[in-house]
Design a protein around this ligand. Structure first.
Ligand code: ZN
Length: 373
């Protein structure tokens, strides 16, 4: 049994397994009492046949076939790993990721040969990050700390004093320096095992986005676009950038994630071409759901204050960047498996109120709909 999923027996004699976390844990009735013997025997010290023997020793009435089936079911549910599996990484990587890999293992409900599979998927990944301000800075920091193999940063701006309330990669001494240079230096210092590169550039149209996506080189593994396995969008200018990225990622078959905040509302989205709705589909679905009662001829922007500045602090930027990195790691590893075509997040005014948007692909979508395909 995975250590993070260690079972216990309830007062009623049921077996609770997978930690008491909604989305992971399970409670299994154990009317004959041998299931508890089984999960106790699966402590990593025995081969599968010896586990069955151990259960039947303690509970001679248990059917060997049933015990083997229960063991297979526990494995299929993601609660088991092979304790004899060699750790396929260096001692340095093993130490660096000695806290992150158990978290991935904890959240992972897919049967795996090794707890390191998801970590190795990160190490093989090549990611394009657009924007390294607040959201992008926190996201890039999380991805580099987590061991994503190659990260390329794109940002047109220089560091300003007003950035320092929320942008974690910059120091006062960076003021006036291109953000991308300061960010590359900070991230290389954080994890020298990751290849971090950057370019000072602004995407001024769909063609720029297409060229950035294509700039990942042909050597990328598992890549949907030009070498990248994922685009991470953390820039909110120009205003049409999300639309361009959505269109170009659909064209390139490249998954992408984005995040941002509207005041205290922080959300991140996951988009995988061909699976679920695209960004435009979600936008249209949300416009219908929100029912803003806009008079005919007005744009939905009238309902949201538009200012020359986007109000944000280290809390909203940190949450937004953290959720963005979580979405990115979900796409890269499948852990946990977040549904494509969805946004999730939180409202700091009502922390118990979940923010979830999920819509199927709309046949009339201007980006991914039947007319455009
Ligand atoms: Zn669409």
């Amino acid at each position: 049994m995975k250590p993070e999923h260690r079972p216990y027996r309830t007062a009623e004699g049921h077996v609770r397994i997978g930690s008491v976390v909604y989305g992971i844990g399970a409670e299994i009735a154990d009317p004959q009492g041998w299931l508890w013997l089984l999960v106790e025997a699966m402590d990593g010290s025995r081969a599968p046949l010896a586990v069955v023997d151990r259960v039947r020793e303690g509970h001679p009435g248990a059917d060997g076939g049933d015990v083997r089936q229960a063991m297979a079911d526990l494995f299929a549910a993601g609660y088991v790993e092979d304790a004899a599996e060699a750790v396929p990484v260096s001692a340095r990587e093993r130490e660096r990721h000695s806290r992150g890999v158990p978290l991935l293992r904890w959240m992972d409900l897919a049967p795996r040969a090794s707890a390191w599979e998801a970590q190795l998927a990160l190490a093989r990944s090549r990611v394009l990050v657009l924007g390294v301000g607040g959201t992008g800075g926190y996201a890039a920091q999380s991805l580099v700390a987590s061991g994503v193999g190659r990260v390329h940063l794109v940002d047109p701006d220089v560091v300003e004093l007003s950035n320092l309330n929320r942008q974690p990669l910059f120091r006062e001494s960076d003021i006036g320096r291109p953000k991308v240079s300061a960010a590359v230096a900070a991230l290389r210092a954080l994890n020298s095992d990751v290849t971090v590169t950057g370019e000072r550039r602004e995407a001024r149209g769909p063609g720029d986005v297409a060229s950035l996506i294509g700039g990942g080189g042909a050597a990328g593994e598992g890549a949907g676009g030009g070498g990248y396995g994922l685009l991470v969008l953390a820039a909110d200018r120009p205003e049409a950038l999300r639309r361009w990225v959505n269109g170009e990622c659909l064209r390139a078959g490249l998954p992408w994630v984005d995040a941002g905040y509207r005041g205290p509302l922080v959300t991140a989205g996951v988009y995988v071409p061909g699976r679920g709705g695209c960004w435009e589909c979600l936008r249209a679905g949300e416009a219908e759901r929100r029912d803003l009662r806009l008079p005919a001829g007005t744009d939905e922007r009238v309902a949201s204050p538009r200012m020359p500045w986007n109000p944000a602090n280290a809390v909203t930027a940190g949450l937004s960047g953290g959720l963005l990195a979580h979405a990115a790691m979900s796409v890269l590893t499948g852990v946990p498996a977040l549904p494509p075509g969805s946004r999730f997040g939180l409202n700091l005014m009502l922390p118990g109120d979940p923010v979830v948007q999920r819509y199927p692909r709309r046949p009339d979508c201007p980006a991914c709909g039947d007319a455009g395909r």
